[in-house]
Ligand binder design. Structure first.
Ligand SMILES: C[S@@+](CC[C@H](N)C(=O)[O-])C[C@H]1O[C@@H](n2cnc3c(N)ncnc32)[C@H](O)[C@@H]1O
Length: 262
C-alpha cells in the first residue's frame, strides 16, 4: 500500500513537481485553474501578497513581476529550496513554514492571500489552523483567494467520468459522484517519467465544511468561480483521449473561493 504524508509526500516529489510546473505552471494550472484564480484577484500591483503552499513559486514570481510584494510559504523545505533556486531577483521572500503556524508573519501584513491548490492537501485540523492564520495576517477588508479540487464534483476515487455513446452520435459525458458528505483522506497517485507512481495525500471535505471554517475565522465568502477550460486545454486533453477536456466544459473540477476578512 502506498504511504504518504502531506508534507513528506510533497517534499519527496518536489524536484518532479518543480520540473512539472516550470516558470508558467503546467497545462492544468496555465490553461484551466490560474486564469480563473487571477480573474478573481484582478491587478495585484502594489499589494502585499502571501502565496500559501507556494510549491515551486512560479505564481509568486509572476505576481512579483506585476509589482506585488510577495511572500511565498511552503511546508516542504525542498519546495522552498527549488523555488529559491529558480529565482532571478524577483524580490519574492520565501519561507519554509507550516501554513497553520505563521508566527514569523505579523498580524495584518497582507492585502491578499493565495492558497492555490494547497488547502485540500492539509489535514482538517491543519487547514482549519491555516485559515485562522490567514485571517490573522490579513488586513481588515483583505481577501483570501483559494483554489481547491471542487468538493462537489471531484471526490477523489469516489468520482469519475462516465461516457455513454448512443445512436452513433457524440458520447454524452456524465460526472459520477458518491460519498460526497464523508470527510476522508486518500493517497493521490502521480505518474513519474519512468512509469512508476508516487503519492501525496489529499483530504475531501464537503463544501459546507469550507464555508463553516471560513465563517468561524471571520472570513466571509464573497464570490465563487468555477474555472472553465480554455480551448488549448480541451484540445490537448482530447488529443490524449482523455475525458477531462470535454467533461470540464460541462462540469467543473476546481473551485476558486474568494473570502473577505470582516
Ligand atoms: C498541489 S501543491 C500546489 C503548489 C502550488 N500552489 C501550485 O499551485 O503549483 C500543494 C502544496 O501545498 C504544500 N503544503 C501542503 N500542506 C502544507 C502545510 N500544512 N503547510 C504549508 N504548505 C503545505 C505542499 O508542500 C505543496 O507545495
Amino acid at each position: 500500500m502506498p504511504k504518504a504524508s502531506s508534507r513528506g509526500g510533497w517534499d519527496e516529489l518536489s524536484d518532479w513537481y518543480d520540473r512539472k510546473q516550470g516558470e508558467t505552471g503546467d497545462l492544468w494550472h496555465r490553461t484551466l485553474i490560474d486564469p480563473g484564480l487571477l480573474r478573481v484577484v484582478g491587478n495585484c500591483r502594489g499589494k502585499d501578497v502571501l502565496d500559501l503552499g507556494c510549491g515551486n513559486g512560479y505564481l509568486s514570481r509572476s505576481l512579483a513581476a506585476q509589482h506585488a510584494r510577495v511572500t511565498a510559504v511552503d511546508g516542504s523545505s525542498r519546495m522552498i529550496k527549488n523555488a529559491k533556486a529558480r529565482d532571478r531577483g524577483s524580490g519574492v521572500r520565501y519561507l519554509r513554514s507550516d501554513a497553520g503556524d505563521l508566527k514569523r508573519l505579523p498580524d495584518s501584513e497582507f492585502d491578499l492571500v493565495f492558497a492555490n491548490m494547497s488547502l485540500m492537501d492539509m489535514t482538517d485540523a491543519s487547514a482549519e489552523r491555516a485559515v485562522g492564520e490567514v485571517a490573522r495576517v490579513l488586513r481588515d477588508g483583505g481577501k483570501l483567494v483559494a483554489s481547491i479540487c471542487h468538493p462537489c464534483f471531484d471526490v477523489m476515487s469516489n468520482s469519475g467520468w462516465a461516457a455513454e455513446k448512443a445512436f452513433g452520435g457524440d458520447a454524452l459525458i456524465y460526472r459520477k459522484v458518491r460519498g460526497y458528505r464523508k470527510r476522508f483522506s486518500e493517497d493521490v497517485p502521480w505518474r513519474m517519467a519512468d512509469g512508476s507512481k508516487r503519492y501525496t495525500i489529499s483530504y475531501h471535505r464537503p463544501l459546507s465544511w469550507y464555508a463553516g471554517v471560513l465563517h468561524s475565522k471571520g472570513l466571509a465568502i464573497i464570490a465563487l468561480e468555477e474555472p472553465e477550460p480554455t480551448n488549448e486545454f480541451v484540445e490537448k486533453e482530447r488529443e490524449g483521449g482523455d475525458l477531462d477536456g470535454p467533461g470540464l466544459l460541462e462540469v467543473p473540477l476546481h473551485l476558486v473561493i474568494e473570502a473577505i476578512k470582516l
